[in-house]
Design a protein around this ligand. Structure first.
Ligand code: C2E
Ligand code: CA
Ligand code: CA
Length: 706
């Protein structure tokens, strides 16, 4: 993983290390001062030596002049000294060399340029002074050192020797000394600086390494090795720090697990998924890649939970999460875990549990369809829990980035919407998101919202549809049917809103309202109808399972004083097949107080006749699709009669539903079917209209209500 450059790394790349620079500067200054001092001292010494050497030479020249001159002077033959003085004067650094007697008369002159002829009087104050003081006098002027030396023998002073030496040589040599030392000094300072920098870096490198590790750790990267071997306090500091990192890593992993792992299934949870979806979306947008998101929901999970209990539901979710992982790994994809470096690759997939029975997957788009098919197929194998072996199905919605949505939030909505579509398409399948479906779903969620208001504002009304005796045409009962008096859309039939109410858990609220209205009208009906009149109320599985729903209904029946034997609850064939203790208990509770039981829509479900028989129902309502002529079956009449035979065996009353024509009624009259319900007899009408109509039925025979 590429870590962002830390502050110290930035400083390094631009200016060098802070501490190293300071140390290098300190070492550098110290070395420079030392070198300069040494060089200065060295120059002084060398210059001194040069001076001494040149002085010695002047003195030697003088001594030489003196020694050779003395005998000649004593003997009064100074003229013979000419050659020696010339020799000395010809030395490169000698400007002039001559000899004066005690009167200042020039006796010998070695110079080419004469200052006066032989025995000329020379005004030489320096020579005079030396003569007078009997000691050597020296002065320096105009780059020339003039030395006047008296010629003394015993108490006699014979004259003065004068030597002028050019100081060029001295100056040149001093300059050379300076230059040589300056170069040497420069080299030493350069070397000193270089060594300082190297030394400073050496000293600070472990500290810098530690600093970088600290900064990276502070930036969230705790997976670091600290390589410091200095055999000193820094090394032990590094060890302590490494131990701290290991401890922190452990704690953070622990925190990470608690925050991002679903406790039940031990796969990543919603928080991790949301975080990853954001990242994957941003990364895919930057790289121009596609990916798919899957929303998976177990079909009828609530029912399984209700029927078998929560431990079975939990075991099922654990098994499902494992299957999902296998479906992904079977295709060569890697299932990402929360411990892995963040971000998904083109060969990995993220599986998470969003909560409840909802799972999500993020994976490369090209794998999406194969994974979806794999999941649907994998569900064919029953899940063995300790208690039971269950076959479950799932509905899967697939959304693709960036085709269906571009933001993490929208992608999730899209996949959720596609999943809903898969449910609508009959469950146990996968669906890719499409725009049209989205609009439909919007209207679903709108209905949900409106339903909540409708429940609060009691917008539901009760309609009643009469049932008749086939033979006599007398009114035998009525079915209570709900209608929604929508403030804008008008009167809505249940097919528009009951499925939405059921899927959003609102059905029991509507049921409470309708049963309340039905029981209150039952009281009025029982006051005017004959004693065998039966008022049927539809109950769904959601209502049967809703805590207190049935017990409250029983209480209501008792409170209102309605005769329970004049009431019948209708449960669909499929609800009747639903093997749930709570539902059975509630049905038995109603039956125990004398309420009748009808099996509704018989013929469209998947009945287990043995189980139906156990339910001891009173009425069988044959679905209109089973009426001869309605389903194109040549053996329809035979089938219809078989059902009638069956009901005779179990001693059940039969109501044929959806009778619209006289022909259908005529057919019924040729059978043993006792009752019918349908538009031919009367359409559903408001409870008020029904009472008025019922009152008018003096002989209670059927005439069309509408
Ligand atoms: P269902 O229990 O089978 O109710 C009979 C349905 O058939 C009613 O539709 C009724 O209007 C319709 N119907 C009656 N005679 C005829 C006919 O001759 N031809 C045709 N084509 N249809 C006829 P509705 O009122 O739209 O109700 C639909 C379903 O909604 C009901 O089917 C029932 O399953 C459910 N339902 C209605 N009211 C309630 C309620 O209060 N609670 C519950 N849980 N479900 C209800
Ligand atoms: Ca019904
Ligand atoms: Ca029915």
């Amino acid at each position: 993983m590429k870590v962002k450059p830390t502050k110290s790394e930035l400083k390094l790349s631009l200016l060098g290390y802070g501490l190293a620079r300071k140390l290098a500067a300190i070492f550098g200054v110290m070395i420079s001062v030392f070198v300069i001092a040494v060089i200065f001292f060295n120059v002084q010494t060398q210059v001194e030596l040069v001076r001494e050497r040149l002085d010695l030479r002047s003195q030697q020249l003088l001594r030489l002049g003196l020694e050779v001159s003395m005998p000649y002077l004593i003997e009064g033959r100074p003229g013979e000294l000419e050659a020696i003085f010339e020799e000395i004067s010809n030395q490169p650094d000698v400007e002039r060399f001559y000899l004066l007697d005690e009167y200042g008369t020039l006796l010998v002159d070695g110079s080419d340029v004469e200052i006066g002829g032989f025995l000329a009087e020379i005004d030489d104050p320096l020579a005079r002074q030396a003569f007078d003081q009997k000691e050597q006098i020296r002065i320096v002027a105009d780059n020339i050192e003039s030395i006047a030396h008296p010629i003394v023998l015993g108490h006699n002073t014979y004259g003065t020797m004068r030597l002028d030496v050019r100081l060029d040589t001295l100056r040149n040599e001093i300059r050379t000394v300076w230059v040589r030392n300056a170069i040497l000094g420069g080299v030493f300072i350069f070397l000193g600086m270089t060594i300082s920098i190297i030394l400073a870096r050496r000293l600070t490198e472990p500290l810098i390494h530690l600093t970088q590790v600290t900064e990276r750790a502070a930036a969230g990267d705790l997976n670091q090795t600290i390589d410091v071997q200095t055999n000193d306090e820094i090394e032990s500091l590094a060890h302590s720090f490494e131990t701290m990192l290991v401890t922190m890593r452990g704690s953070i992993q622990q925190i990470h697990r608690l925050a991002y792992i679903d406790k039940l299934t031990e796969i990543p949870n919603r928080a991790w998924f949301s975080d990853q979806l954001e990242r994957v979306t941003v990364a895919a947008a930057m790289r121009g890649e596609r990916f798919a998101i899957m929303f998976l929901d177990v079909d009828n999970f609530k029912t399984i939970n209700d029927r078998h209990g929560h431990h079975v539901g939990d075991a099922l979710l654990v098994a499902l999460s494992k299957r999902l992982t296998h479906c992904v790994t079977d295709l060569g994809l890697e299932a990402a875990t929360i411990d892995q470096p963040r971000g998904l690759t083109q060969t990995s997939a993220l599986i998470a549990r969003l909560g409840g029975d909802e799972f999500t997957l993020i994976l490369p788009e090209r794998y999406a369809e194969r994974v979806a098919i794999g999941i649907v197929n994998s569900m064919k194998v029953p899940v063995d829990t300790k208690q039971v072996s269950i076959t479950v199905t799932t509905s899967i919605g697939v959304g693709v980035f960036p085709v269906h949505a571009r933001s993490a939030n929208d992608l999730l909505k899209v996949a959720d919407a596609a999943m809903y579509q898969a449910k609508q398409a009959g469950q146990n399948c996968y669906q890719y998101y499409d725009e049209k479906l989205h609009e439909e779903l919007l209207s679903v969620s709108q209905i949900q919202n409106e339903l909540r208001t409708a429940i609060e504002e009691e917008q539901f009304v009760l309609y009643l549809q009469p049932q008749f005796d086939v033979k006599t045409g007398d009114v035998s009962g009525a079915e209570a049917l709900v209608r929604w008096n929508h403030p804008e859309k008008g009167l809505l039939t249940p097919d528009v809103f009951l499925p939405v109410a059921a899927s959003s858990g609102l059905l029991p609220f509507i049921g409470r309202e309708i049963t309340r209205l039905a029981i209150s009208i039952a009281k009025d009906i029982q006051a005017i109808a004959h004693k065998d009149f039966v008022l049927a109320i539809n109950l769904s599985v959601e209502e049967l399972l809703e805590p207190d729903f049935v017990s409250d209904l029983v209480d209501l029946i008792h409170q209102t004083g309605v005769d329970p034997s004049g009431l019948e609850i209708e449960i669909t064939e499929n609800t009747a097949m639903f093997d749930n203790d709570a539902a059975v208990f509630n049905i038995d509770l109603l039956r125990s107080i004398g309420v009748r039981l009808a099996i509704d829509d018989f013929g469209v479900g998947f009945s287990n006749l043995a189980r139906l028989k156990n339910l001891a129902f009173d009425t069988l309502k044959i679905d209109k699709s089973l009426l001869p002529g309605m389903n194109g079956r040549s053996d329809a009449k035979k089938l219809f009669n078989t059902i009638l035979e069956l009901s005779r065996v179990v001693d059940a009353n039969v109501v044929a539903e959806g009778i619209e024509t006289q022909e259908q009624l005529a057919f019924l009259r040729t059978t043993h079917c006792q009752n019918f319900q349908g538009y031919l007899g009367g359409r559903p009408v408001t409870a008020g209209d029904f009472i008025v109509w019922l009152n008018r039925q003096s002989n209670c025979s059927f005439t069309n209500v509408v």
